[in-house]
Write a protein that binds this ligand. Structure first.
Ligand code: SF4
Length: 333
């Protein structure tokens, strides 16, 4: 099913925290705080343009939606409500912090047609959460996730890769704990260090030394594959391309085609496993791999890096498309 969002950014408003990595205004790329009129205008325009509104959600992203002063949150929800249901949109999607979810908030959101909530988990290691001044624990994520589920609301979890004080085993523990919570969707954000944040100070002083880019890509690829195998949709991998981020970043793992890099890495490791089992004669004659229809560009890799990688090892590979093969599968033909 095709699915889209009408994104309405709610930058930093109401958030009482200042997480070490966050400069919310830079990430959302704008500083205006939306009011009811903005919501009505955006939804009216979207209704005119979208042919399948029942597959579309109104998405309040960018801040901690349930931490907005209640009057303001109700104003935005009231404005969105007439556009939901019937011949209108499917529902409302919002993002928030795990410690800003409780029964009373969920009852209210449900009443207004909220169909999906995304929680910023970021890490499932308390050591990492504390070092990055998140102000909540991994247990808060688990409790909020279960509560959201109990209301029949779709659950999304967001995680970051490469936070301050996070090592490879913390990253793997985060992936495994998030996987165990069985969210419907996941977003993977490799850390981008933005100017004017605590992380930037730690980075400039040398106290915070992030992983190298290659490790961030391979950890993200590993996470993507694990979630995919569990039937969890990875709806984002890497921060979306934005001139604001590019201007304000001082380090970390930003690449405009980050997801593509990770998907290429997934195919590379699948192919490598097959090649390791072949003898030299088979390898020398060149290899053809079948991949799912539409996935050749993922298998070939960003700027054909997988083809070059194997050529560097003396193995010439080519790909063909076949119907019926699953995503992230490459079969020797
Ligand atoms: S809770 Fe979210 S919006 Fe608030 S400082 Fe942290 S990352 Fe930024």
């Amino acid at each position: 099913m095709s699915h889209s969002n009408i994104s309405i950014f709610v930058p930093h408003v109401g958030c009482p925290h200042k997480c070490a990595f966050c400069d919310q205004r830079t990430i959302t790329g704008k500083q205006d705080i939306p009011r009811a009129d903005d919501v009505r205008r955006i939804c009216t325009m979207a209704m005119e343009q979208i042919s399948e509104p029942k597959d579309t959600e109104i998405a309040f992203f960018g801040g901690s939606f349930t931490a907005i002063p209640k009057d303001h949150m109700l104003e935005l929800l009231e404005a969105a409500k007439p556009f939901i249901g019937g011949s209108g949109f499917k529902g409302i999607r919002c993002s928030t912090r795990p410690d800003c979810i409780d029964d009373s908030v969920l009852k209210l959101l449900k009443e207004y047609g909220v169909t999906a909530i995304e929680l910023g988990a970021q890490s499932m290691s308390d050591k990492v959460l504390e070092a990055n001044e998140r102000g909540h624990t991994a247990a808060d994520v688990e409790n909020a996730a279960r509560l959201i589920r109990s209301y029949g609301i779709e659950l999304g979890l967001q995680m970051m890769i490469g936070l301050y004080k996070s090592d490879i085993s913390d990253e793997r523990q985060t992936v495994s704990k998030i996987n165990a919570l069985r969210p419907d969707t996941v977003r993977i954000y490799p850390v981008v260090i933005l100017e004017h944040t605590r992380l930037a100070e730690l980075f400039h002083s040398g106290e915070y030394q992030p992983f190298d880019f290659e490790s961030a890509v391979s950890l993200s690829a590993e996470a993507m594959q694990i979630f995919h195998e569990s039937g969890i949709r990875v709806i984002k991998c890497g921060l979306h391309a934005s001139e604001f981020v590019e201007q304000d970043m001082v380090g970390g793992f930003y690449h405009p085609a980050f997801r593509e890099l990770c998907e290429g890495r997934i195919y590379r490791s699948l192919i490598e496993t097959v090649i390791e089992r072949l003898d030299d004669i088979q390898k020398e004659s060149g290899l053809t791999f079948a991949v799912r229809r539409g996935c050749i560009s993922k298998a070939v890799g960003h700027k054909r890096e997988n083809v070059r990688y194997f050529a560097g090892k003396g193995v010439k590979i080519r790909f063909i498309e076949e119907n019926g093969l699953p995503l992230y599968k490459a079969e020797l033909r």
